[in-house]
Design a protein around this ligand. Structure first.
Ligand code: SAM
Length: 327
């Protein structure tokens, strides 16, 4: 490692999220992806770009890489990217965030490439509610993917639900039920204003983590705290007697910017130091240079230096929605 990536506030950047496509085969309410039939726009990061980005990242002390999107499993080169991260660059922790609809089919290749972990987005546990929340998704495909991941030993299985009033808040309990007999982690995430919803409509749809927890406790009684890594965004609990855990990730009501160790690369090769701030730094010119590595390292250093102390969480219009930022 040549220089650690430290921002002006003393935070060390160790985690990189790389969005590999703005396309998705689902149409979730809170997101705004390019449909699965669309082509990746010109300039979408290539395997070669990812190789250079990972070389720079390792030089700068990045320890964990998560591939996301859009839906990263729509990208046929994803196993190659994972192989580069794990086997060429020896990144300690290589993960994917996915809706798992294609996971059962693609897992053998991803696993063979060295995938360490997956996070699965699952906004509903009932088939019909799931279909509505995802704009037509088939939940059985997701169960097949989750079971394949479990069999491959990618545990603990982490299932993430963005809770949106009137869309899937009736799924708080069905989702919690998934942890009764299985050691899965169901994590409830607060809906962030990342889709440019009308501010008032956003506020109406927003459900705080405290409310989610209260509604769950009304039925199951007090949740037991589960020991949690203090730097992790989720606070973990358990329904007494249940095998799995419930997590609450509250970026809006309880921002965890002080512990932020992340930066993002968007699918159009921009470095985004803060999810909730529109400031971005293009790496395209650096990536296209004859000797790209020093220029890409510089781009990382500049972007890390400008990481803001705290992201804006109130409803503001953003230059872009979740589509190409990468969740
Ligand atoms: N398609 C993959 C998936 O479904 O996991 C990866 C991309 S998706 C953008 C990743 C995650 O971003 C979502 O599951 C959700 O957790 C998060 N996300 C997207 N928009 C969000 C929003 N407005 N508020 C909170 N989380 C959001």
């Amino acid at each position: 490692m040549s220089k650690p990536l430290v921002d002006q506030h003393g935070r060390v950047v160790r985690d990189l999220r790389i969005s590999v496509t703005p396309r998705c085969n689902y149409a979730c309410f809170y997101c705004d992806p390019l449909g699965e039939g669309a082509k990746d726009p010109i300039g979408t990061i290539s395997v070669e770009d990812v190789d250079v980005i990972l070389t720079a990242a390792v030089e700068l002390g990045i320890e964990s890489v998560r591939f996301t999107g859009g839906e990263p499993l729509l990208r046929k080169e994803l196993p190659e990217m994972i192989r580069l991260a794990k086997k060429k660059h020896a990144i300690e922790d290589v993960a994917v965030t996915t809706n798992a609809s294609l996971l059962a089919r693609r897992l053998p290749d991803l696993f063979d490439a060295g995938l360490d972990r997956i996070n699965v987005s699952l906004d509903a546990a009932d088939a019909e509610a799931f279909r509505e929340a995802t704009g037509g998704g088939t939940i059985q495909q997701v169960w097949d993917g989750i079971h394949a991941a479990e069999e491959a030993g990618l545990t603990p299985i982490k299932l993430n639900a963005v809770v949106v009033r009137g869309i899937n808040d009736d799924q708080l309990l069905p989702l919690a039920e998934l942890t009764r007999d299985r050691a899965w982690h169901v994590r409830y995430i607060e809906y962030m204003h990342l889709n440019n919803a009308e501010p008032e409509a956003y506020r109406e749809r927003f459900v705080s983590g405290a409310e989610s927890r209260e509604r769950i406790e009304t039925v199951y009684g007090s949740l037991e705290p589960v020991e949690t890594d203090p730097s992790a965004p989720a606070r973990l609990f358990r329904v007494p007697g249940f095998a799995g855990a419930l997590g609450f990730i509250d970026p809006v009501s309880n921002p965890f910017c002080g512990a932020c160790s992340r930066m993002r690369v968007t699918s159009d090769a921009k470095l985004r130091p803060c999810l909730l701030t529109d400031r971005e730094y293009s790496m395209r010119e650096a990536l296209n240079a004859d000797d790209p590595l020093p220029a890409v390292i510089d781009a990382f250093l500049v972007a890390a230096h400008r990481k803001v102390a705290s992201g804006i969480t109130s409803p503001v219009t953003r230059d872009r929605t979740m589509v190409a930022i990468g969740g």
